[in-house]
Ligand binder design. Structure first.
Ligand SMILES: [Zn+2]
Length: 387
């Protein structure tokens, strides 16, 4: 049960409850113990685990393949446990943080749904905690990446930050006053499925015209493959590069060719960037943050993508010319952001664990002293009585 609900349940005044919860969470990363923790990023293809210190420095990193989707949820748990045990051979592990590509419930215990894994309403935190015997924190991977960028990267010091990760789809997260905004049910920040083109491209989510169908790695590759398959003269360069195998066209290849000056690839990135700017303007209308951080694999294209996004953002921003404009920055921490953020968020539960443990220890010592005190005279009395 969350602190808020726990206190509310006991009938405390709402204002007191809100103040207590708010203050505790806002200060948490400052007062959390400066201990190394393990962060784990679970994606559709790779699991990355690392020991991270309190300054966000990665002390050691290991990677492995994500176990097969068709297998049971336990297989992924086994992989996580193996990685943590392996790292704990060489490091002190005080807590484990998981950034999972899926929907995590508001209590951050269950993974409600993960499109690339077999988790369906899986109580991941509790089952891992019982197996690992250290505190475990579970969150959505976009949330952990945003947390890392806010603590150590492009969004440092921002009070209102929105992170957008452009991978195969679009992930997102909202941070306000040093708190991740997760929504009532834990699934806030799914910007990728806002509808931007009525009746547009079909999305795997079941709807049509979702934002991520126009501004993501998948959208970039789809457009390039369409042009190549149509044998368009603008695509001759990229067709040469993949020796006619259209299915070999990937996001990184398009970015590489665009950097070398290939006109088609530059244009495709501009299109993606423009749609990115339109979506950002919509988000600014709803959330009005001070900074947008753009992360994910596609952000490697840097100014080829973010330049057109900035232009489109300025053209579409509501009230333009009469309001301050949010900064649009490229993420700085790269593919490790999700892992570093998960580790840093885990330090927040490490504190509670240590405090609870210290209290338990103090209580135990008090009992021991008390037991000692009452044992001694009785033994003395018994000895006297026996005489
Ligand atoms: Zn969708």
């Amino acid at each position: 049960m969350s602190t808020y609900r726990d206190l509310a349940h006991r009938g405390s005044a709402r204002a007191t409850v809100l103040r207590t919860v708010g203050t505790r969470e806002r200060r948490s990363h400052l007062t959390a113990p400066r201990v190394p923790t393990v962060g784990i990023d679970i994606g559709g293809t790779k699991v990355m685990a690392g020991v991270v210190d309190a300054d966000g420095k990665i002390l050691e990193k290991v990677r492995t393949e994500t176990p097969d989707k068709s297998k049971s949820p336990k297989v992924v748990e086994d992989t996580i446990c193996e990685l943590v045990l392996d790292l704990s051979d060489r490091h002190d592990v005080h807590a484990v943080g998981i950034g999972a590509a899926g929907w995590v419930d508001a209590d951050r215990n269950r993974v409600l749904f993960a499109p690339h894994l077999s988790w369906r309403n899986e109580p991941l935190r509790d089952s891992l905690q019982s197996r690992l015997a250290v505190p475990v924190m579970v969150d959505n991977d976009a949330n952990t990446a945003a947390w890392a960028e806010w603590r150590f990267g492009a969004g440092a010091g921002e009070d209102h930050l929105v992170m957008i990760t452009l991978g195969t789809g679009i992930g997102g997260a909202i941070l306000e006053d040093g708190q991740v905004k997760r929504g009532q049910f834990g699934v806030a920040g799914e910007f990728g499925h806002m509808q931007v083109v009525p009746g547009g491209h079909r999305c795997p989510c079941g709807n049509r015209g979702c934002w991520e169908q126009y501004s993501s790695g998948n959208a970039l590759v789809r457009e390039a493959r369409e042009l190549a398959a149509a044998d368009s003269p603008v695509a001759y360069n990229i067709i040469d590069r993949v020796q006619g195998n259209v299915s070999d066209i990937t996001g990184p290849l398009i970015t590489e060719l665009a950097r070398d000056g290939d006109a088609m690839c530059i244009e495709l990135l501009q299109d993606i960037g423009q749609w990115l700017g339109v979506g950002i303007a919509n988000l600014a209308a709803a959330l009005d943050p001070s900074c947008f951080v753009i992360g994910g694999g596609v952000s490697a294209a840097d100014d080829l993508l973010i330049g057109p996004a900035r232009d489109a953002f300025r053209r579409h921003l509501t009230g333009r010319g009469y309001r301050p404009e949010a900064r649009i920055a490229r993420a700085q921490l790269g593919p490790e952001a999700g892992m570093v953020g998960a580790a840093d968020l885990a330090r927040l539960v490490a504190r509670r664990f240590r405090r609870a443990n210290r209290r338990r220890l103090e209580r135990y010592e008090r009992y021991e002293r008390y037991a000692q005190a009452i044992r001694t005279p009785r033994t003395a009395r018994d000895t006297q009585g026996n005489k």
